[in-house]
Design a protein around this ligand. Structure first.
Ligand SMILES: [Zn+2]
Length: 137
């Protein structure tokens, strides 16, 4: 009973498992921070042709905020966990993002100082949340 043609899938059988955020990262969808050591319910499994010493080689978690799937790939050779998709790893990128946000925030504040009408516009922008998948009006 070891061979089951039905079991063939792009990825090996996934098992439910607990996973911890292997590093500080950030969801690409909602930009939620995912801190190192945070616990998740995850699916772990192997990717065909990429099994390394029988260790789980991928780990799928869901963002706690928007439920977007985030896939880590374990790399036991380098004891590393590159993000497969769904998130950005926080190193330099995190710092750059924060600086960019601060810069935009400052720009916006300065703009509002110079142009009181802009405050109203910005408020309206906040209210008019774009509907995903819908462009324009
Ligand atoms: Zn998210």
């Amino acid at each position: 009973m070891s061979r089951d043609p039905e079991a063939r899938a792009p990825q090996g059988p996934a098992v439910r498992a607990e996973a911890r955020g292997p590093f500080n990262t950030r969801c690409k969808t909602c930009r939620e921070h995912i801190y190192k050591g945070k616990q998740f319910n995850a699916h772990k499994g192997t990717v065909q042709n990429e099994v390394y010493l029988g260790l789980p080689i991928f780990c799928v978690i869901k963002c706690t905020r928007c439920l977007a799937e985030i896939t880590f790939k374990s790399d036991p050779k380098n004891t590393d966990y590159p993000v497969e998709h769904g998130a950005t790893r926080n190193f330099q990128a995190e710092k750059l993002l924060e600086e960019e946000e601060k810069r935009l925030q400052k720009e916006r504040e300065e703009e509002e100082l110079n142009n009181p009408m802009k405050v109203l516009e910005n408020l309206q922008e906040l209210k008019a949340q774009p509907v995903p998948g819908q462009r324009g009006f």
